[in-house]
Each structure stands twice: as C-alpha cells, then as structure tokens.
Ligand binder design. Structure first.
Ligand SMILES: [Zn+2]
Length: 321
C-alpha cells in the first residue's frame, strides 16, 4: 500500500474512525463511546487509542499514514486546528492539532462536523463537480454548510452558516439557542418529537404511542418512518408541517445563494427522504423565486453516515495539495 489516511467523526456520544486507502476507499472502521463527561484528557487518550487501533486493525504501517483528519461539533478554526468551543465536549480554546501531530508525526486537520459533511458531499458524494452548494442536515438539530466557488464558506470567526438558527418566525417556539422561531425549533427531530407528544397529550390516536418509549426526548428516524409507512395520520401531519418550514428555510437559502445544488441530509432524510424530498421540492416553489429556483437541483445526500469521514478526507486533500 502506498498511502493511507485516517479520518475521525468525533461526536458528543461516539467517535467513529476509518482508514482510507490510496484509492480513497474505507478499508477499516472503529467506533467507541466518547465519554465526554470524563474530561479533556480522557477524550484525548480515547482518540489516540482509536487511531492506534485503526493502524493495527488495517495493517498499515506508520510510514504509510499520510495524514489524519477529523470533524467535531462546535466552532473550529480549520486553518489552525484550534477548537474554540464545542457543545457536549469540554474543549475550550484547545489545540488538538498539536496533541495529535506530536503523537503520530503526521499532519492533522480538523473542521466543524456539519461543514465537513457538506464538504464530503461536494468532493465525493452528491455534489461532485458543483461549484455552489448549500447543504442542510436534519437530525436531532439542524446544521448546514455552504460551498461558494468550490470553497467551503466558514465566516469571519469560523462560526458561519448556522442554518438551523435561521429565524423563520420571531414569535415561534423557543429554540435550544434561546431564540424563538429558529428553523431547528420547527423541523428538527427535537421539534418533531415535541409536536407529536403535545398532540398525544391531547388524546390524538397514533401508532406512535406504541412505537415510542415513555420518556423519549428525541424520536428515532426509523420510528418516524415506520409510522409514515403505516400512514399514521399524526405522524404524517407533524412531518408535513416540518417539511413546510424546511421549505421556507431552504427556499430562502436558495434565494440568497443561488446554488447549483441543494443537498438534504442527516438522519431524518436518510430514513424518510423518499417521502420528504418530493414534498419539499413542491413546497419550496412557494418560497423561492422561480428564476432562482430553476437553476437549483435539490437532491438527497449520498454519503449518509460516512459524510463527515469523507469530508475530513476532503479537508486533508484541500490542505495538502
Ligand atoms: Zn436557535
């Protein structure tokens, strides 16, 4: 083997790592719990142990390892590798690059996880050969990223493109960020779960009553899919409402950026894309100017769970070439 790359998807609950060979194929994967509550040093040790395990399991030699890349939540300076702030992981103004580079003696690059997801889709997934892309990832929350002229847009302080916190209605429901009426407060899984629960409390009949566990804070995407497949009235109503607000957000972004492509991803679209995408395309017409919308292809992400891994690989590629 000539060259290999290790890429990491560092989340608040799990760290996923993969080895890519020189043909940019994944040859080995390892997943471990982050255990963020154990503190910065323990997380650091765990990340190092995952990289070591990936090297051992894949059989690559340390000389073949060309670089390590990663995506993590929060505000990250992609140029310096400094993590400015991370929710759910105790990292503040923390230079993880130094730690990893000192340990493994290869270049290390890191960026915001959702932005890396969009970068991955642009370089290796649904958005290949597209110059201007907007990506929206719908999961527990809503995140996104923007590619302008073949370059990931980051913002002056590396905290731009918080698409989930675009305010759709100033008098709307409260969001986790403290604001009211953010897109995330209407169309994320947290919002969908709240809507379902409040309707159930009003006595609405739904098969979700049997499918959801008693204290569910965030409904599983596959549970929602099951209810939609069974034509459950409440599930359809709540998901359709989320699609309506997503269309308002996505339509506005199309008006602003005039992208070649809009990519819809995240756990919700992975599970429910077949149902949601055609409806979203129809609804977007209400919110986007026809002349702008005409040039925008609206598609589903291709890399799904691996998008952050591929995005980290794209980050390595962009920085080393
Ligand atoms: Zn918000």
């Amino acid at each position: 083997m000539k060259k290999a790359y290790i890429c990491l998807d560092i989340g608040g609950t799990k760290v996923l790592g993969a080895v890519f060979d020189e043909n940019l194929k994944i040859i080995c994967k390892v997943k471990k719990k982050t255990k963020a509550e154990e503190g910065q040093e323990k997380i650091e040790e765990r990340i190092i142990s995952i990289v070591e395990e990936l090297i051992a399991q894949s059989g690559i030699s340390k000389e073949n390892l060309a670089a390590i890349g990663a995506g993590a939540p929060g505000i990250i300076n992609e140029d310096t590798g400094e993590i400015i702030y991370t929710p759910n992981i105790p990292w503040r103004n923390y230079n993880i690059r130094k730690v990893i580079e000192n340990k493994f003696k290869v270049p290390f690059f890191i960026g915001n996880d959702v932005k890396m997801g969009v970068l991955g889709e642009w370089k290796y997934g649904a958005g290949k050969n597209m110059e201007d892309i907007v990506g929206i990832f719908v999961g527990t929350g809503i995140g996104g990223g923007v590619i302008i002229n073949n370059k990931l847009y980051s913002g002056a302080r590396h905290s731009g493109t918080e698409i989930g916190h675009m305010i759709i209605n100033t008098e709307g429901p409260y969001c986790n960020c403290g604001q009211r009426g953010c897109l995330e407060a209407y169309a994320s899984k947290i919002a969908i779960t709240k809507d379902i629960k409040s309707q159930m409390n009003r006595g609405r009949k739904t098969i979700l009553k049997d499918l959801m566990e008693e204290n569910t804070l965030v409904i599983k995407s596959k549970t929602l899919k099951k209810a939609i497949d069974e034509k459950d009235e409440l599930a359809i109503e709540v998901v359709d409402k989320a699609i309506y607000y997503l269309a308002a957000g996505a339509g506005s972004l199309i008006n602003i950026f005039n992208p070649n492509m809009m990519i819809m991803g995240g756990g919700v679209f992975e599970a429910l894309g077949d149902y949601m995408l055609p409806l979203l395309k129809e609804q977007i017409k209400k919110f986007s100017m026809p002349v702008v919308l005409e040039g925008t292809e609206i598609v589903q992400s291709k890399l799904n769970d691996d998008s952050i891994l591929f995005g980290s690989l794209a980050l390595i590629n962009g920085k080393m070439n």
